[in-house]
Each structure stands twice: as C-alpha cells, then as structure tokens.
Design a protein around this ligand. Structure first.
Ligand code: F0G
Length: 455
C-alpha cells in the first residue's frame, strides 16, 4: 500500500465555472447554476491543466494504487479519480457510499444476434442506490455540505431522488424531492421515503417539477442537486475513467447511453474529451445517445433544427426514467455528440421491451431506460454506423429492481394490453417467462418442468 500523500499530489483540481454559451468565467455559481450574464448552463473547467498538464502515466498508476488503500475516498470509484475532479478541502469532506466500482460485462448472447462480437455492458445499476446517479451525487452533495446548506432538493423521474435522499442522509442534510405524481416507479419512491426525504408527488410531469425547483432555489436556501448542477456531471465523468481503466486504456469504438435530461451523456462526453486532451487515451470513442420515441427531444432537435434550438416534446414512455420532454442539458449533449462524432437515435416501446428482456436473458438485467442502448445498437448496426469489427460499450444506467412492474407486466403479457402495440407485441412471446401458479404436488412441479423442457 502506498502512502496516500504521494498518491494525492498527482493532479491539480482548482476549478472555475465556465458558461457554455457566452464563455463567462467565474469563481462562484448562483443558486440556480445559471450564468449571471446570459442565463445558460455552467460547466466546470480546470485552468491549471493549461499551465501544467497532469502526467498521464502518474495519474494511471495513482488510480491503480488507490484501489489497495483502506481509505473511504480511495475505495470510492469516484474519489479515486479526484485528480480530475473539483478539489474538496479534505477527504473527510466527501460524503461517500463507495459508489462507482461497477463491473464491465461481456454480453455473449446479445453479441450473437447484433453481430457485434466485442459487445460490453458497463452496469451503473450496481451502484449503492441502484443507478448511475450516485457517482454524481457524491460530488455535488459533498459540495452542498461544504457550502453549509441544510437542505438539498431535486426534481426527478425517480433515480435522482433516491440517490439524493441517500447522500443527504449520510451527510446529515435534509432533502426535498419533487416527482411527477403517478409517473415514477414505486421502488424509486420507496427509496426516497426510507432515506428520509420530504417527498412531494407533484401534479405535473418531470419538466414541470424541474421548472418549480429552479424557481424554488432562487427564493429559499435550498441547494439544487439536479444535473444542471455542474458538480453532478464532474462525478458522472468517472464512469468513463473507470471504463477506460477496465479496458486497459484501449478506447472502445462506441459508447452508447440513454438520453433523458441529457446530463449523463454530457458528463461522459466531457470526460472523453478531457482524457484525450490529457493524453490518457489515444483517440476518442464515438458517444451516441438513444432516446425513447415518445421522449425524443434531442433526436428531433438534431434532425429538424440542426441542433440550433431545442424542440421540446410532450413526453410519454413506459421507460419512465427518461420521460422528459424539455431536456435541460440538450446544448451540452449536442456539443459532445459533435466532439465525439456520435449520433442520436430513437427506439420504440416494443424495441425497448424486447431489448430489456434480451439483457435480462444474459443474467444481468436492467431497468427499461437502460435497455434503449441495446435497442439503439441494433438500429445503428443496420444503418452501418456501428460495424461488426468494432467494439461497443452499452451504459446500463439502472438496476432491474428499480421498476419491477414493467418486468412483471411484460412477462405476464400485460405490458402492451389495450395499446396500439398489442398485436405487434405478440412477436415477443418467445422472450416472455410468465410465472405459473401450481397445486402443491410433486406431479404438478414435474409436469411444469417437462413442459418447459419442450418449449
Ligand atoms: N437512465 C436512467 C435509469 C435514469 O434514471 C435517467 C435519468 C437516464 C437514464 C437519463 O439520464 O437524464 O442524464 O440523460 N433520470 C433522471 C432522474 C432524470 O430524475 O432520475 P440523463
């Protein structure tokens, strides 16, 4: 085990806030994390990197060594990479649940039918609260506490609220959750309740909740923890750092992520560009974003407005995590797609359900919003954008257990009942494994086994 002082000194992480539209640079951000000059979003930049670029080889070895340390911040799959994150004053300032450290799986079954032999899934659903949100929350919640806030708040389709509530509880802060009533899964709601959040089921959609929150933080001493908060995105960058480390710094050809409010794609894209600038990787993977057809604001914005102005939509999808029509970080996402030469695609409800069952059949499972990545990959292969010899990483953003109703409805054959997809859904019957109710006899069990053997 190396002494932590030698490891800690590799990078400099003094940071500033930079407006993505007018370029204004500042040391402080206002409560709504919008530029004081033009009102657009802020990102975090690291001016010291321009003067003295951190040494790539030293960074890599420090990150490897920290894995052997017993310190909480070294065991965190986020703070292990702290050289490329905004600096906290001391390690004890970090609120950590040992987030990150998620596995990279091969997908042999999906490889076969997509025709992409080198296909992997980075499973962010195996974070402490079951989604990728934890990697950003550990950073933003730590800065909230450092700034002396008693209350943190977010608007959410469920996962952000679960994660925020957990980190607030760990950090001794109170949390306020605004979620669209009836439009988030019970599993996610139950997490926020258990972690002690004041949970408001608001009679609007996610976009309405976010509008309310943006007004609230200007009037009350409440720290906002949505992905408009640039500290969140800095933490979420570590997905890409950890992934590249797992691939021994050999970049995949493609990384594919789901798109909702578009913070995560922006964070991963920022990390890829920074890693390339710092000499950590020799080339930038293409980052592509997949949206549900019913929540396809970025897809339409790029197709119909060449990415120049946002086309909002009235969002509707059973993948409730990405049921967002007015994505806050659309400009950042459009920028990273351009910087990485990626694309945006949309997939149907049937395609999402099918892909989710196919990922489940690999024995790993994910929530519906994550499954858009596999559904999107199939389309990108058909279009020739992804080629058979290329390597692809799908980012699975949430755990299977986040939305059991979707899974149970699918396997029971109820998911598309009464919808216009009802007859088309019959094509997915081979993927369904409905539960069987039996008499408590050996004969009944053996009969079921024999029946299953034939199918
Ligand atoms: N996948 C899952 C499981 C999500 O929960 C989300 C977003 C996304 C993908 C999309 O990520 O917004 O960064 O583009 N969930 C947010 C929430 C909006 O409130 O939990 P994004």
């Amino acid at each position: 085990m190396s002494s932590s002082s030698t490891i800690r000194d590799v990078g400099v992480s003094d940071f500033r806030f930079h407006c993505i539209a007018c370029g204004d640079l500042g040391d402080h951000a206002s409560q709504d994390f919008r530029c004081s000059q033009c009102g657009d979003l802020l990102e975090i930049t690291y001016p010291p990197w321009k003067e003295a670029r951190p040494d790539a080889a030293k960074l890599k070895s420090a990150w490897r060594e920290r894995k052997l340390s017993a310190k909480a911040t070294d065991q965190s799959g986020v703070w292990r990479f702290r050289d490329l994150l905004p600096a906290l004053k001391g390690a004890e300032d970090a609120i950590t649940l040992r987030e990150g450290n998620t596995p990279l799986y091969e997908l042999p079954l999906c490889s076969r039918f997509t025709g992409v032999p080198r296909l992997f899934a980075k499973h962010q659903g195996l974070n402490p609260t079951g989604s990728f949100k934890d990697t950003g929350m550990t950073v933003a919640a730590s800065f909230a506490r450092l700034a002396g806030f008693r209350w943190v708040a977010c608007a959410s389709t469920g996962n952000t609220s679960a994660s925020m509530a957990a980190y607030a509880a760990r950090g001794g802060m109170r949390s306020l959750v605004l979620v669209p009533e009836g439009k988030i899964s019970w599993s996610k709601l139950s997490q926020a309740l258990d972690y002690g959040a004041v949970t408001c089921q608001v009679k609007t959609d996610f976009d309405g909740c976010l509008r309310l929150l943006q007004q609230l933080v200007l009037q009350a001493p409440v720290y906002q923890l949505n992905s408009i908060n640039p500290f969140r995105l800095e933490g979420q960058k570590t997905l890409a750092l950890e992934l590249l480390e797992q691939l021994d710094w050999e970049p995949p050809d493609h990384i594919i992520v789901p798109g909702g409010n578009l913070g995560n794609s922006s964070a991963i894209g920022k990390a890829l560009v920074e890693m390339h600038d710092l000499g950590l990787i020799p080339r930038i993977p293409k980052l592509s974003v997949i949206q549900a057809e019913g929540a396809n604001a970025l897809f339409r914005t790029l197709r119909e407005a060449s990415g120049k102005r946002l086309i909002s939509v009235a969002a509707e999808t059973r993948a409730t995590a990405i049921r967002i029509g007015n994505p806050a970080s659309w400009k950042k996402a459009a920028h990273v797609l351009e910087a990485t030469s990626g694309v945006c695609e949309q997939v149907s409800e049937i395609e999402i359900a099918q892909a989710k069952a196919e990922i489940g059949a690999e024995g790993i499972g994910c929530e519906p919003a994550s499954a858009v990545t596999l559904a999107g990959l199939k389309k990108l292969v058909k279009q020739g954008f992804v080629k058979a010899h290329e390597s692809v990483v799908l980012v699975l953003t949430g755990n299977l257990l986040k939305d059991p109703n979707f899974t149970i409805d699918f396997h029971r054959g109820d998911l598309f009942k009464g919808t216009r997809d009802e007859s088309a859904a019959a094509e997915l019957n081979d993927l369904r494994h409905p539960p069987v109710v039996l008499d408590a006899t050996l004969d009944a069990v053996i009969g079921t086994l024999e029946q299953a053997e034939k199918s």
